[in-house]
Design a binder for this molecule. Sequence first.
Ligand code: CA
Ligand code: CA
Length: 384
Amino acid sequence: MPVALASPADGTGRLFVADLPGVIRVVGADEPFLDIADRVVDLRSGYDERGLLGLAFHPRFRENGRFFVYYSAPLREGAPAGYDHTSRVSEFRAATPDRADPGSERVVLEVDQPQANHNGGSIAFGPDGYLYIPLGDGGGARDVGRGHPPGGNGQDLGTLLGKILRIDVDGPEPYGIPADNPFVGREGRDEIYAYGLRNPWRMTFDAGGEHRLFAADAGQYLWESVKIIVPGGNHGWNLREGNHAFDPENPYVSPAEVPRTGRRGEPLVDAIIEYPNAGQPGGIGQVVIGGYVYRGSTIPWLFGRYVFGEWSRAGAEGDGIIFAATEGPKGQWEFTEVGVAGSRTVGAYVLAFGEDMERELYVLTAKSRGPAGKTGRVHRIVPA
Ligand SMILES: [Ca+2]
Ligand SMILES: [Ca+2]
């Protein structure tokens, strides 16, 4: 079940794919690059949001062999009672160009997870050389319940859940805090880069332009959205679901009055893309899947557009969709479905997207909802 693709700047052009149960493979190679399945929680075969969720190569991987993974580990000792598991970001090193050293693990950061779902995980290095880590609101639904404080994790600056973090993996161990992180010297955990996220499932930097950070944020029941992440910004959850108001006590109806500010009077950042979930009339699909701004050369009409996806139009058949969005004059992006070989769907669940060193794009799919089976595929997106 491929959920992340990464390509190091080592001149080889190799594509590394993270498989949910805990294996990293090089496309075209027989042997795994790294197998840490025994360090990942036991996954439920039918559906699971836990697993090996992210992979990022150090910007100087060619010289230092360092790379980072995000995975769901068994609940650590000392975690709150009744929690589900612990999210772990670890560093590993390559022993040879083709094989990582599984004994080289250095745990960088751990976050206890009250529920199994909403784990984010698509770690990425920014153009500033810092490591960005997306984390969902802890899980469950509505950002309430065990492990969710009054008002929710997304709006609570005292927790790392419901946030995007930014840390320095080249400074002191286990990690350093960039001096210009937005909550250094004021209320809020210093690791926080942005907040108010529900489940940022797939986050990427634009390889061109101003290198903006895009994150899809999976909605609750009504609204799927994509956000451009603002440093220190409050992206709304759970005061908002997408750009609509949200009421955790009445989650199937969007309240008429949309909040404009958070509890400290700070402005809420609007999503750039929003569409209705299939749970409401006219809905498009089940879960938004974050993609990339296309900066490749083989599909000129796509250049500068944000390519993203939908896990499944109807849910049961794995009829995923690919979209392309174009930036509008007022911060709202218009998007349209992209046909795939004459079809409106890719014929499988869309799980994630990937980008190679030439900035061409890939779509990662599976025909099953869970990690069982061998239907996972990595497709290159090419001109029709
Ligand atoms: Ca969780
Ligand atoms: Ca602080």
